[in-house]
Design a protein around this ligand. Structure first.
Ligand code: ADP
Ligand code: MG
Length: 238
């Protein structure tokens, strides 16, 4: 569970082609990072996978299923946003429970998953607080908790740490990496931060103006960047 295949996926907004036809395979359990400068199409690509945008052409498969025309809720993926997107009037517990309630899970199963997620994310003592009473890092953990309880085939992260200060970012980076190890679930992670890409990824996808400049492990990109753009982005001289 959790293999994502893009087959000639293209996206245009009106006359503007933001993603020219693009092929990409994300293996089950892989931690894949999309990196590239602002405006290169990272969020658009993630939103296409999530189903928050419709493709203009091409096909998206999730595991063996053609997901191209599936609504977001039917794709089995969970997206974590930079803005957290928590409900301010609901407690942490209710925020985390919300997607399970929508999915009609039993109260008992909801409780079980909330406890497990809270424990994994160090939120046990904060379940009765409102988002406004939490730090930025704690809010981001709640957003991740709300994704975990859905037991998705893959997690999609769009710059989840860019609202946090530098020290907190380092800690959360480690937490997300550990979560990935523990859950062994596919994670697709968008960032414009090269250090995040280098330290977290199994596979880095370097994007430029909507196309893939290079795909490889952090080491491959560092040692054998295909061109000056990749070298500049990953930080090794060429
Ligand atoms: P990134 O996440 O890499 O910064 P985006 O995927 O947000 O880049 O945007 C890629 C390009 O697509 C940008 O030029 C942006 O202006 C354009 N774009 C994104 N969303 C829309 C939209 N809904 N309508 C028109 N243009 C859009
Ligand atoms: Mg973006």
């Amino acid at each position: 569970m959790g293999r994502i295949t893009l087959d000639k996926v293209r996206k245009a907004f009106g006359d503007v082609e933001v993603i020219p036809p693009l092929d990409l395979t994300i293996e089950d359990g892989e931690f894949v990072v999309f990196v590239g400068p602002s405006g290169c199409g990272k969020s658009t690509l993630l939103r296409l996978i999530a189903g928050l945008e419709d493709v203009s052409d091409g096909q998206i498969r999730i595991d063996r299923q053609d997901a191209t025309n599936l609504p977001p809720a039917k794709r089995g993926l969970a997206m974590v946003f930079q803005s957290y997107a928590l409900y301010p009037h609901m407690s942490v517990r209710k925020n985390i429970a919300f997607p399970m309630k929508m999915a009609g899970l039993s109260q008992e199963e909801q409780e079980r998953r909330i406890e497990a997620a809270a424990k994994a994310l160090n939120l046990t003592d904060y379940l009765d607080r409102k988002p406004g009473q939490l730090s930025g890092g704690q809010r981001q953990r709640v957003a991740i908790g709300r994704a975990i309880v859905r037991e998705p085939a893959a997690f999609l992260f769009d710059e989840p740490l860019s609202n946090l200060d530098a020290a907190l970012r380092v800690g959360m980076r480690l937490e997300i990496s550990e979560l990935h190890k523990r859950l062994a679930t596919t994670m697709v992670y968008v960032t414009h931060d090269q250090v995040e890409a280098m330290t977290m990824a199994d596979k880095i996808v370097v994007l430029r103006a909507g196309h893939i400049e290079q795909v490889g492990s952090p080491l491959e990109l560092y040692n054998t960047p295909r061109n000056v753009f990749v070298a500049g982005f990953i930080g090794s001289p060429k």
